[in-house]
Write a protein that binds this ligand. Structure first.
Ligand SMILES: NC(=O)c1ccc[n+]([C@@H]2O[C@H](COP(=O)([O-])OP(=O)(O)OC[C@H]3O[C@@H](n4cnc5c(N)ncnc54)[C@H](OP(=O)(O)O)[C@@H]3O)[C@@H](O)[C@H]2O)c1
Length: 388
């Protein structure tokens, strides 16, 4: 049996869904398959729980579902998720106020580094933590883009150097195969000539809702946030920075020296959010209707010409230099990107080998269910002696 110990960092939307999926499918006690996942730790900003034999909640999918329902109710009321935190506080092993550095030291002290995967389901800059784990010979799977997109190129290379120790597929397209394809292209010396795509399920869904014309921009954002389809602060989606991070990750994976500052970003909302840049998330949500008219006008214009709008990211190579851009673009309704439905994502890659017919990949975009499922897939890639 090839059992994998994991520590879940982040007990929010994705973290809780991940734990539910493990409880339903992979927990050691289920005896469902040859490669069970054993959750031995979970952490948020308030503290952590570490139980070397496995945390009891992984045997209670029903309890996790109840916690999820409670937390969704809180989010719908504009409150933070606290249900999982409350449960963690009831555990005898709970360390109130302890941080990830202390958890890492505990894992090291117990000699569990080689035997544990840290799963980063936070949205915080944990780059130095990732570096610490990787340099100590440990393993990480991350859905958090920050350590691979916002770090220097040297750090990116350090983190991603060992395939069997660092899984970052879920940082782009929620873990569909874009990262592995580009990684293999790089490894086989197949030059990537261009990358183009829609990488935000949130913005794709928003575009489709606005194209239908039945809902305003501000109401659509509220709906997506309540459904858990946006980043914790929806401005991170709308500013384009979330997509910018994804194209940087893809460009770097393909071997290009690209930093976030090199990306020409046109935000979803023209001119950005100067008016609301210092507001809290709740204030922003309450005032987002100031953009309704202008955005509805753009979609109506495109519709008149049989087109729609898509938030497109692209990398093109000009004179050997990668040019990376993103912004709203008109697309014909029957084009590869214009025809995307729902929150669909698509990537189109031309390489020296794929020069006539591109590598194309469509996948569902955002969503806790898909992301958590693909985190589990990424974990399997790191498992030595994986059995079938
Ligand atoms: N939504 C999607 O479809 C999707 C797809 C791909 C990737 N992702 C990525 O998945 C990640 C998680 O998203 P989410 O929606 O689950 O976020 P979320 O609901 O805000 O949860 C974030 C969690 O991270 C914890 N956290 C923050 N800083 C921490 C620290 N220093 N140590 C330990 N825990 C910490 C938070 O704890 P507190 O509650 O104590 O602050 C919270 O539990 C993000 O990076 C996001 O970009 C999301």
């Amino acid at each position: 049996m090839a059992q994998q110990n994991v520590i879940v960092m982040g007990t929010g939307n994705i973290g809780t869904e991940f734990m539910k999926q493990v409880a339903l499918n992979d927990a050691p006690g289920l005896g469902r398959h040859a490669n069970p996942t054993n959750i031995i730790g979970m952490a948020n900003q308030d503290g952590w729980v570490h139980t070397p034999g496995g945390i009891s909640i992984q045997n209670s999918p029903r309890l996790i579902s109840d916690i999820q329902a409670k937390d969704s109710g809180l989010v719908a009321e504009g409150k933070p998720r606290t249900a999982m935190k409350d449960w963690m506080r009831t555990q005898p092993e709970y360390k109130d106020g302890a941080n990830l550095g202390e958890l890492f030291e505990e894992i090291k002290r117990q000699g569990l580094i080689d035997d544990t995967v840290f799963v980063d389901l936070t949205a915080k800059d944990l780059t130095s933590f990732h570096g610490q784990v990787v340099e100590s010979g440990g393993k990480i799977v991350t859905a958090n883009k920050i350590p691979v997109a916002q770090s220097s190129l040297d750090i990116f290379k350090l983190l991603t150097k060992f395939r069997r120790r660092y899984g970052f597929s879920c940082s782009v397209m929620a873990g569909a195969g874009a990262v592995p394809f580009l990684r293999d292209a790089f490894d086989t010396n197949d030059t990537v000539e261009s990358i183009e795509g829609c990488f935000s399920g949130t913005l794709g869904k928003l575009c489709n809702l606005l194209h239908e014309g039945k809902i305003t921009f501000s109401d659509a954002i509220k709906q997506l946030k309540v459904d858990g389809d946006t980043e914790p602060d929806p401005r991170d989606d709308l500013s384009g920075m979330d997509v910018a991070k994804k194209i940087v990750i893809l460009a770097r994976t393909a071997g290009y020296k690209v930093n976030l500052e090199d990306v020409e970003v046109e935000p979803f909302v023209p001119g950005g959010f100067r008016e609301l840049s210092t507001s809290s998330v709740n204030e922003f949500m309450a005032k987002a209707d100031i953009f309704d008219q202008e955005i509805a006008g753009k979609f109506a214009e495109a519709k008149k010409e049989g087109k729609t709008l898509r938030y497109v990211a692209s990398l093109k190579v000009e004179d050997g230099k990668p040019i990376v851009k993103l912004g709203l673009r008109e697309e014909k309704l029957d084009s590869p990107l214009g025809s995307l439905k729902g929150n669909g994502n698509k990537v189109v890659v031309y390489t020296a080998a794929y020069s006539k017919v591109p590598y194309e990949l469509s996948a569902p975009g955002s969503g806790a269910h898909i992301t958590a499922g693909n985190v589990r897939r990424d974990l399997l890639q790191l498992l030595p002696n994986r059995e079938m």
